[in-house]
Design a protein around this ligand. Structure first.
Ligand SMILES: [Zn+2]
Length: 74
């Protein structure tokens, strides 16, 4: 389990079932017979901050996550 402090101060955790996600490319899903477990293991981990909506994507599983911040429309 990993915990990350969002820039807004909220604590986000990779074991949060509502805000931890896995990204998979179409290529990765095409290369496998459909098997959700295999896809899950190959994906890129992403956490969403429930407080501010920022996304933290772990492109490098051993590095720091990349921050993506929602842009206000208008
Ligand atoms: Zn936040």
């Amino acid at each position: 389990m990993a915990k990350t402090r969002c820039r807004c101060g909220n604590l986000i955790r990779d074991d949060d079932p509502d805000h931890s996600m896995v990204l998979n490319s179409h290529r990765a899903s095409e290369d496998l017979d459909f098997d959700g477990t295999a896809l899950f293991g190959r994906g890129t981990d992403m956490l969403r901050c429930a407080a501010c909506g920022r996304l933290w994507v772990f492109w490098d599983e051993h590095g720091s996550p990349t921050e993506y911040r929602p842009v206000a429309e208008g």
